[in-house]
Ligand binder design. Structure first.
Ligand code: C2E
Ligand code: MG
Ligand code: MG
Ligand code: MG
Length: 292
């Protein structure tokens, strides 16, 4: 009896595993097709100066326009892309398109805008990354100082000589490097200094309760202190409600992004946000400009 049920449990799990493998293979095949058919593109989430609500730039976030399943967020395919190495191709598509769009955005804007782009560990290990970025920055005539590459803390754990060299080469080109999801990984304060990040992004999980939970407020304050001390920019991620915005303003957090301002949008809607900003900056008093 026990033996029989054991066997059927085993059978059950095998078929679940098989289904999983088959599903993964199918998705991988679809993803390859998607890359060929240009179904992948970056969407753009605006970032703002919190004091003045001036637009400072955008974060590019990849989306898959799936022919039958609609628009898929990275959570549905980025792990698989990472496992299969397809992230290299996807990363190049995002870099290429985001930089081309940045060029167009700069033409529409009276102030210079920044474009933040997420990099995966695989991309950073690739010898091709630096020449590729050099090529697209030159091709689009963009100022490398307006390009921010975001990496996550986990990457620092597996830091190799090559990754450090790559980061150093990018920085020497003038490209900015940001530490994404700050506070969720294992990075020690020493890393922050060692890597000379230009920016840290405080993870959404700390911002969520930054208006009501004393512990989170103190943590955000601490991160702001560290970043200021090391001369890094700070972006608060995931600002969803007005109370969070005012709490962050009270703490003098300079920059932020989140659904309160806008979800990631397609390029044509990002253009509308730029035009809206051109109107808005006319209303911002000059003093704020001088204060910064
Ligand atoms: P991330 O870089 O930390 O990006 C922020 C994520 O939070 C985005 O999710 C964004 O849509 C979401 N978000 C922004 N504001 C809010 C908010 O107010 N509330 C909530 N609940 N969420 C908010 P998304 O677009 O699904 O991307 C998820 C992750 O996928 C990114 O996290 C990033 O790690 C990765 N990713 C996205 N695009 C790329 C890419 O082109 N290349 C690579 N390698 N990774 C990417
Ligand atoms: Mg990011
Ligand atoms: Mg993040
Ligand atoms: Mg992330």
């Amino acid at each position: 009896q026990a033996k029989a049920s054991g066997r059927s449990t085993y059978k059950f799990y095998t078929s679940v595993l098989q289904a999983e493998v088959v599903g993964k293979l199918a998705l991988e095949k679809e993803l390859r097709e998607a890359i060929k058919n240009e179904e992948l593109e970056p969407w753009f989430q605006p970032q703002y100066e919190l004091k003045t609500l001036k637009l400072i730039g955008f974060e590019a976030l990849v989306r898959w326009n799936h022919p039958t399943r609609g628009v898929l967020p990275p959570g549905k395919f980025i792990d698989l892309a990472e496992e299969t190495g397809l992230i290299i191709n996807i990363g190049e598509i995002v870099l290429e398109k985001a930089c081309a769009h940045l060029k167009t955005m700069q033409k529409m804007s009276s102030q210079s805008l920044k474009m933040s782009i997420n990099l995966s560990p695989r991309q950073l290990e690739s010898d091709n990354l630096v020449p590729f970025i050099k090529r697209i920055v030159t091709k689009n005539c963009i100022d490398p100082r307006n390009v921010v590459l975001e990496i996550t803390e986990n990457l620092l754990l597996q830091k190799t000589r090559e990754v450090l060299d790559t980061l150093a080469q990018l920085k020497s080109m003038g490209i900015r490097i940001a530490l994404d999801d700050f506070g969720t990984g294992y990075s020690a304060i020493a890393y922050l200094q060692q890597f000379h990040f230009d920016q840290i992004k405080i993870d959404r999980s700390f911002i969520q309760h930054a208006h009501e939970n004393g512990k989170d407020i103190r943590l955000v304050k601490l991160m702001l202190g560290i970043a200021t001390h090391l001369g890094m920019d700070i972006v608060a991620e995931g600002i969803e409600v007005n109370e969070q915005l005012s709490a962050l303003r009270d703490l003098d957090c300079p920059l932020g992004q989140g659904y309160l301002f806008s979800k990631p949008v397609i390029f044509s809607d990002a253009e509308k946000l730029i035009l809206k900003n051109e109107e808005h900056i006319k209303t911002v008093p000059e003093e704020d400009e001088a204060e910064r």
